[in-house]
Design a protein around this ligand. Structure first.
Ligand SMILES: [Cu+2]
Length: 471
């Protein structure tokens, strides 16, 4: 492909994910920051009848796409124009605790009407993102429920660029509310026996969870905003992000297969072309799509009510005036292991850490309480790592929800999902199936505090987190 030729389209499409900030472009003359993020009120016009008032970065939600070069140090100026203390977390980057934007790790707060400057060296290359790490508790106008999220792409030194268009698409829900009836897609996560189902169940009534009825991809609901315009024969590289504070999602591009080449920004050993893709909250999936089915199609949620409430975007081939089409993809279970290698080239773990997840229905007053190894956050000094040691985390999910579990500042390798073995898949977040099990290995090579938590904001706020520390 001709890079110069694709350039115009690329920038045009990036604009859908907020403005592109190139290094130095946004810094004030007196400040030498490479990037500036200003936290403040934004309005998001999902469509003509849904205009959301929330908090975002630089006047948009999603915030600007930040492109950084792997290994090249950057300075980011964060300005907080709100009355709320904030934290900007750099999800998926291997950077020190002090700049990770996480209160529990001791990162400094961005004070209300104050500013903060952070410096770090972005690594590894790939699709990362940034978002508020503030607690929300019972306030649905805080933390990840707001529009404070954006893509961060760390460019490798040598991008082969075998694609004609590059898109950054974030899945979102809006206008969250508390509800006693959650209907989610967690069934999708199961492909095997209920290995962790307790023999006796707590049958107390569940506390309130958070739901939504308004959705978008980036800042537009399905049918509003510009379609993704393609030419027959093009190859799209799509960077998907599930920026939801609430739920895991499954998406499909009607009429097309999407070839998954990277998970959480890290290339997978065995790319797979699939009819639909499951993305846990906080996860990223990179996919290549061959545009070989002329027509006008929907790319969106596989759940009809969610798609029809906004979670989708139109993909339109040039010169096509056919009606908009959706085709349900075949039902499938999500199975990370199909992207893996047969054997791992990593060292064997030296120590095992068991992590048992439990839910106390209504244990936090109106809400559920979430336990890691029998207690909610904070733990005392349970999880102390020795630098250089390779650890195996065995996550046992004894709850009826699938939880997208995230470890800050480290990459882990998937070893086993519900008893199925795999190797070579590097991630920072993994959806642990309901009543299921996930096993991951990682090397303790990032001294400092590291937060481990469920990426569902409410679960994290009500106990579902733990700090890993170094001896
Ligand atoms: Cu959770």
């Amino acid at each position: 492909m001709a890079l110069a030729q694709a350039g115009t389209t690329r920038i045009q499409l990036l604009a859908q994910a907020g403005q592109v900030i190139a290094p130095s472009a946004a810094a004030a003359p007196e400040a030498k920051a490479d990037y500036t993020l200003r936290i403040g009120p934004v309005t998001v016009e999902l469509d003509r009848s849904h205009i959301i008032s929330t908090i975002g970065y630089n006047g948009t939600a999603p915030g600007p796409l930040l492109r950084m070069r792997e290994g090249k140090p950057v300075t980011v100026e964060i300005i907080n124009d709100t009355d709320t203390p904030e934290f900007v977390h750099w999800h998926g980057l291997l950077i020190p605790s002090g700049v990770d934007g996480t209160e529990e790790e001791g990162s400094p707060v961005v004070p209300p009407h104050g500013r903060q400057r952070v410096q770090f060296t972005p690594t590894p290359a790939g699709s990362r993102w940034y978002h508020s790490h503030a607690m929300a508790m019972d306030d649905l106008h805080k933390g990840a429920f707001t529009g404070q999220f954006g893509f961060l792409y760390v460019d490798p030194g040598n991008d082969p660029g075998h694609y004609d268009q590059e898109l950054f698409l974030a899945l979102r829900d809006w206008e969250p509310f508390f509800t006693g009836t959650m209907d989610d897609e967690d069934d999708d996560t199961h492909d095997g026996p209920l290995l962790e189902k307790p023999a006796t169940m707590n049958t107390d009534p569940d506390g309130l969870e958070v739901g939504s009825m308004t959705y978008s991809i980036n800042d537009k609901g399905l049918g509003s905003g510009e379609p993704i315009r393609v030419l027959e024969g093009q190859r799209l590289l799509i960077h998907f992000l599930n920026a939801s504070a609430i739920e895991n999602r499954r998406i499909a591009l009607a009429g097309h297969k999407m070839k998954v080449i990277a998970l959480d920004g890290n290339p997978v050993p065995t790319p797979q072309a699939l009819d639909s893709i499951f993305i846990g909250a906080g996860e990223r999936v990179d996919a290549i799509v061959e545009m070989n089915q002329p027509g006008v199609w929907i790319l969106g949620s596989t759940e009809k009510p969610i798609r029809e409430s906004g979670l989708g975007v139109v993909v339109e081939y040039a010169g096509q005036h056919r009606p908009l089409q959706w085709v349900d993809p075949p039902k499938a279970r999500w199975d990370y292991t199909i992207f893996g290698a047969q054997t791992s080239s990593s060292p064997q773990p030296q120590q095992n850490i068991e992590l048992i997840f439990e839910k106390i229905p209504g244990g936090a007053g109106k809400f559920n309480l979430w336990l890691v190894n029998g207690k909610p956050y904070p733990h005392e000094r349970e999880f102390v790592l020795q630098q250089g040691t390779r650890y195996r985390l065995t996550m046992r999910n004894r709850t009826d929800d699938a939880h997208p579990m995230h470890l800050h500042r480290h990459l882990w390798e998937l070893i086993e999902i519900n008893g199925k073995k795999t190797a070579g898949i590097l991630k920072d977040t993994v959806v642990v199936p309901y009543y299921g099990r996930a096993v991951v290995d990682f090397t303790a090579d990032q001294p400092g505090l590291s937060l481990f938590h469920c990426h569902i904001q409410q679960h994290m706020d009500y106990g579902f987190k733990a700090l890993l520390r170094y001896a």
